[in-house]
Each structure stands twice: as C-alpha cells, then as structure tokens.
Write a protein that binds this ligand. Structure first.
Ligand SMILES: [Zn+2]
Length: 117
C-alpha cells in the first residue's frame, strides 16, 4: 500500500500499489498544473477529504479535476461516468522515493484536442 497527501494534509490518498509509470501530459491543463498522473481503477484508490475539494470541469465535461480547497494541490481526477473504470491520481503527492521509482512517460495530450489523460 502507498499513501500520499496534499501539502496541508486535508486530502489523503491510499493506493493498493505504487505506480510503475506516470504520465507527463502537455494538454492545456496538465502543462499548467505540472501534474504527473498515475492511473488506477477507482477500486484501487481510497481518498479521504477533511474538507470538500474544489472541482473543475472543462471542454466535454467528462472529467472532474479535484484540488485541495485549502492548500490548492491538484489531487486527482474522476470520470463523470461512474462506470468508467479509470481515474488519475497526482503522483506528485506521493513520497519522493515512490515517484522516483516510477518511469515517466511523455504524453502528447495537446495534439489530441480534449485531454484524454
Ligand atoms: Zn491541502
């Protein structure tokens, strides 16, 4: 099991396994936030929020991006469609040695129009 948290600790993330790879995406939002995404089935992720996160949707509005309402760290995204078996976790919130062990994949989300993560 692997744990991560936002800077202030109000949002905590628990993962069944450490990510083997993370994606660096150059789409309009990822390049601004500087996130590195690890992908999981929502069944493999537990997120606890001491305060409701701020959420953001754009474009096709098929994803909801979450950030801590206090410290502002991007924490994760979820698909609006509850049957979609994939979500993204900001690997930046994990321990530095966990992130360092993951391979970084460059992903050209910008060329794909609407981000698909
Ligand atoms: Zn926070």
């Amino acid at each position: 099991m692997v744990e991560g948290r936002c800077h202030c600790g109000k949002v905590r993330i628990e993962l069944d396994t450490a990510p083997e790879e993370v994606k660096s995406c150059n789409c309009s939002i990822c390049r601004r936030n500087g996130t590195l995404w690890a992908y999981y089935s929502p069944k493999q992720v537990r997120i606890t929020e001491a305060a409701p996160t701020h959420t953001y949707q754009w474009g096709d509005r098929d994803l909801t991006l979450h950030r801590c309402s206090d410290c502002g760290c991007v924490t994760h995204w979820r698909a609006v469609d509850p049957t979609y078996d994939r979500m993204g976790v900001s690997a930046r919130l994990l321990a530095p040695e966990v992130l360092a062990a993951a391979r970084v994949i460059q992903f050209d989300g910008a060329s794909m129009g609407t981000p698909t993560f």
